[in-house]
Design a protein around this ligand. Structure first.
Ligand SMILES: [Zn+2]
Length: 259
């Protein structure tokens, strides 16, 4: 059972394991700030300092991830304005990333799995909210992938550099073809840069599976939306970034689904 195995891993976690689990909600909280502020060009400080409704400066006890939200019943303690699910949602997602990394990997590389997963989480979430994959996040992720290869897996460095190049070029080519055939943009530049980052982490050989996994999960999501009564026509679309991010991280964590 995956559940019992996960429980065993968590209970038997070493310092690394507990470190990622304890950090995860705080990282999630920080990612929330990045997701909200980066696309607007607002400065990113560690804490969200004011209630966005009443403007009251928040104290440390208002900023404890998950706990503050639960303790105040999901409302601002000062004005009662509902805080919404955004912060607890991203804090729990960051915790889920840490739990998955711990369950699957559990070794010294757990920090790297989490670092990559948290970064992709922020990118996917921004794309979901804003239809945007900022260069400030995609480009450093390409460099981080190659640096991680150089540090931990030097034999794979060439394959991963090739992956970055092929990732970018292949989606640019698809985007140009789509534009030529349909006369409108179907894929953004950001998607190509995200796939470049993906290639820099999982390598050239795994890239087709990333694209396939992302396409299948996007179709599944579209089918679910349709079942839920949301109509998606030929001229509406889903952002592709969250699906690319998810497929990339799963392949990084679990290895290619088929060789
Ligand atoms: Zn307030």
């Amino acid at each position: 059972m995956i559940g019992t195995e996960l429980l065993d891993r968590v209970v038997g976690a070493d310092a690394t394991g507990w470190g990622v689990l304890l950090c995860a909600p705080f990282v999630g909280s920080f990612l929330g700030v990045v997701v909200r502020r980066l696309p607007e060009g607002r400065p990113i400080a560690w804490v969200r300092s004011r209630c966005e409704c009443c403007g009251t400066a928040l104290r440390v006890r208002d900023l404890v991830p998950l706990y503050s939200w639960l303790a105040a019943g999901g409302r601002c303690r000062y004005c009662g304005h509902p805080l919404g699910w955004f912060y607890p949602g991203i804090e729990l997602s960051a915790l889920a990333v840490a739990l998955a990394a711990l369950a699957v990997d559990g070794g010294e590389m757990t920090w790297l799995d989490c670092f990559f997963g948290w970064w992709l989480l922020a990118l996917g979430w921004i794309d979901m909210r804003r239809w945007l994959l900022p260069d400030a996040l995609t480009l450093p992720l390409v460099i981080a992938g190659l640096a991680a290869a150089a540090a931990f897996d030097p034999e794979q460095l060439t394959a991963r550099a090739l992956g970055a190049a092929l990732g970018y070029l292949s989606l640019r080519l698809v985007a140009l073809l789509y534009r030529a055939l349909r006369g409108r943009d179907g894929l953004g530049h950001g998607d190509a840069k995200l796939l470049a980052a993906s290639g820099a982490w999982v390598g050239a050989m795994a890239l087709p599976q990333v694209v396939l996994g992302a396409a299948v999960s996007a179709l599944a999501a579209a089918a679910c939306l349709r079942l839920a009564g949301v109509r998606l026509g030929a001229h509406s679309a889903l952002p592709f970034g969250p699906f690319l991010a998810l497929a990339t991280w799963l392949i990084w964590l679990l290895g290619p689904f088929f060789i």
